[in-house]
Design a binder for this molecule. Structure first.
Ligand SMILES: [Fe+2]
Length: 276
């Protein structure tokens, strides 16, 4: 049986792009030398997901994002403040080991975060790589209106639990060169200058005036989604990959982080579609 240390070492060994001295990847709780009988894999380690994984026999949970809401190696600040106290208490009581696989899996070729995101959206023809390997990419699609492309994306992500996409740009504008990136590190200036005409970004990484309005002034359209939506296919692939690499140890995928949902008004009087 592998240990958490073995799984972490495997990921790092195959991630030459990760700076070992400055990475958020690593063990965030528990004993990394303990043998793993069953592991869970989740985009975000919410308390509910941790409880479920533990109840279902996982002694390790592999997550992509920080469990204590802080992008740092130690995640110190919230461990002593609620709701972090309750989370830490559960971790102490259960002994659940938590491993963060972020910097390694973001750029992993073919099945990592960026490439899984592109593949899930059906963007198969990559015509431009960003300077940082596997971080940003520009793709070719059949020319279509921004409205059509946004609908296409919305349909693709519906099975992931997000019920809408938000768009900036003329709905009738014709687009053919979407660009995307890795979670919060969305496509920006470099992809615009490379000829991209619609940027697929997430709310966490692309704040309105700092990023999206600026991109609009640069002349591109913008489609925005929730962060988790853009990384879930990648985490599912991580789960499958580790199950193969560490067979017969079982790996289970958990997709239970809280979802957003949307109420839309259908006219200027404020009638809500969901309420009729
Ligand atoms: Fe992320």
């Amino acid at each position: 049986m592998p240990t958490t240390h073995d799984i972490h070492a495997y990921l790092l060994e195959h991630s030459p792009w990760v700076n070992r001295e400055n990475t958020v990847d690593g063990c965030k709780n528990g004993d990394p030398m303990r043998e793993v009988r069953q592991a869970g894999v989740a985009w975000f380690g919410s308390l509910d997901t941790m409880k479920k994984a533990h109840a279902e026999g996982c002694d390790l949970l592999i997550v992509h994002e920080p469990i204590f809401w802080e992008h740092s190696a130690e995640e110190k600040n919230w461990r002593v403040i609620e709701p972090g106290v309750a989370k830490q208490q559960f971790l102490d009581d259960s002994g659940l080991v938590v491993l963060r696989a972020h910097d390694s899996w973001d750029n992993w070729p073919g099945i990592g975060i960026r490439d899984s995101w592109a593949a899930g959206l059906g963007l198969t023809k990559r015509i431009k790589e960003g300077t940082v390997w596997n971080l940003h990419g520009m793709y070719e699609i059949a020319p279509q209106s921004l409205r059509e492309f946004a609908c296409f994306i919305a349909r693709k992500i519906a099975p992931l639990g997000e019920d809408c996409v938000q768009v900036i740009g003329d709905p009738e504008r014709i687009v053919s060169r979407p660009a995307l990136g890795v979670g919060c590190i969305g496509p920006d200036k470099e992809m615009v200058e490379s000829g991209a005409d619609v940027m697929i970004v997430c709310y966490d990484g692309a704040c309105y005036w700092a990023v999206r309005e600026r991109l609009a002034e640069m002349g591109v359209a913008i489609i925005t989604l929730e962060h988790g939506t853009t990384e879930m296919w990648g985490m599912e692939n991580l789960c499958h990959h580790l199950a193969e690499a560490f067979s017969p140890t079982p790996f289970r995928y958990y997709a239970e982080h809280p979802r957003t949902w949307t109420v839309r008004t259908v006219d200027s009087s404020g009638t809500c579609r969901d309420l009729g």
